[in-house]
Write a protein that binds this ligand. Sequence first.
Ligand SMILES: [Zn+2]
Length: 593
Amino acid sequence: MGVIDEVKQRADIVDVVSQYATLTKAGRTFRALCPFHSEKHPSFFVYPEQQSWHCFGACNTGGDVFSFIMKKQGIDFGEALRLLAQRAGVTIPSRFEPGAEGEERQRLYQVNQAAAQYFHNLLLSSPAGEKARSYVIGRGFSPKTIADFQLGFSPNSWEGLKQYLMDRGYPESELLTAGLIIEAEAGKTHDRFRNRLMFPIHDARGRITGFGARALDDSLPKYINSPQTPIFDKSSSLYGINLATAAIRQQDLAVIVEGYMDVITAHQNGFPNVVASMGTSVTQKQVSVLKRLTKNMALALDADAAGEEAMLRSVDYENTLNAEVKVIILPSRRDPDDVIREDVTMWQYLLKEALPVVDYTFNKVTSELDLTKAKDKSSAVDKLLPIIAKIKNAIRRDHYLTKLAESVGASYHNLEAALSRIKPDRWVREPKEEAIARAKHPLLSSPIEEYCLALLLQHPELKHRHEGLSPECFQNSENREIFIAWQRSDKIESLKERLEPATHEHLDSLLTRNLLSTEIEQKYAECALRLREKFLRSLAAKIEAVLALEAQSGGRAADLAKLKEQGIEVNIQLGEVFAQKSRRKLEQMGVRK
Ligand SMILES: [Zn+2]
């Protein structure tokens, strides 16, 4: 659960508001003299069930616990989040802290840069670096390549780097945080990387986040990495991304390989759109990083590794991208590094022959079977149906289901029935506790708000379609924040800068959500209507509750009249929404007025 949701769960709106206003219980609501404007008779209400508030007086506005604090203290969303988190005892992870922690990160990038320079100089000219030098020359790396990738050498010494950096004013604690030294026993530290070829790992913005290191002798493991640090997370890093970004955008394709050597050899031979996953399998986080550059990805896989497991994972990436992922099948036990060095045209051929992952799996599975035999037919279905079931895009799923039915000579309907038996549990992704927490708390998630935002964020062409949406329609504060930032930004890139870092995860999930890319305008018009309807209905219910209350207690006539007026206004707006809805329905049915 994200930090915003955690704060929401712990900060009860009645508790929070009662710190600023004297609340009196009235039926299922609480009322008070409005803490924002001066009044003699209470028109400010708190609704514990919806975890929301509304002022029917001069303010005529409402929202959730965040918007209450923002309005009351005159602060922005981030400050309100910090204030509520502090009161609720929720710790905000340092990566969301803009000020002080931001400085810490900057220093870590700097110390990594200094370490990379140290390793690089040693590789270029030190006597101790002789062996490493002859190794990289033996691999055929040009001086330009060595400089572009800032390759380096870490000497076989316990304190070489540590002394070098401390002499330049970097404190020992910082070297530890950056993972450049290790605390072997209490108070005693030494260099992490010794007698290794060094590969600085950059982020897309060219900052060094960590290092990979290859042994130059027989020591094991052959490759080691920086540990997880405030700026290094192996699962979201892509080796070579700093040098590949432009080419990936330009060619509209990212090729993903496994190792450092593969990337370097590819770049040196004129394939600059290649990056490495830094491990045996690609992660969702890495796919999300690449998704900002292109929708098209090709995975280079060893023929032995391209089993059904790997293919199932690849379908997950397809779902994230909402596009096909291709696989480049390498000859058995060959790396891209080997292939490219031996024969560049072979690599070009393999790239050209790359197949969409599901097609490749089809070919592979069926080529190993005799589809005239009943036993082999059912084996093909057993292997392929789970992969098809994973495809979220309905059109593509249907395409492959038809293809499978044809290849095994089974009826489409039987296969579809079998598919629906596998589908449900494979599609449940949300951990149970979170699902329950969401159901319990009204503001933890709002599917319509999120769907609407995802459409707006992923389709800039909707920017100028109004559809009557206002920030108020978004009850959930972080959704409202994102909507306001979207209204004010020209580009998605500048949107993030306007937003509190704690909302970035939520924003990313909206930006990468799978949406069918057909009839976008209609979908947007529909969901904007639903959102307006939801907002107006909830407002109408709130007004009604208050009116009922006033009627019971013989409330003041003037206030009642005003409230009734507001109720009528809301009902008129609701009427407009209904009229628009039925017009849309008629249009869809093809009926002309
Ligand atoms: Zn008010």
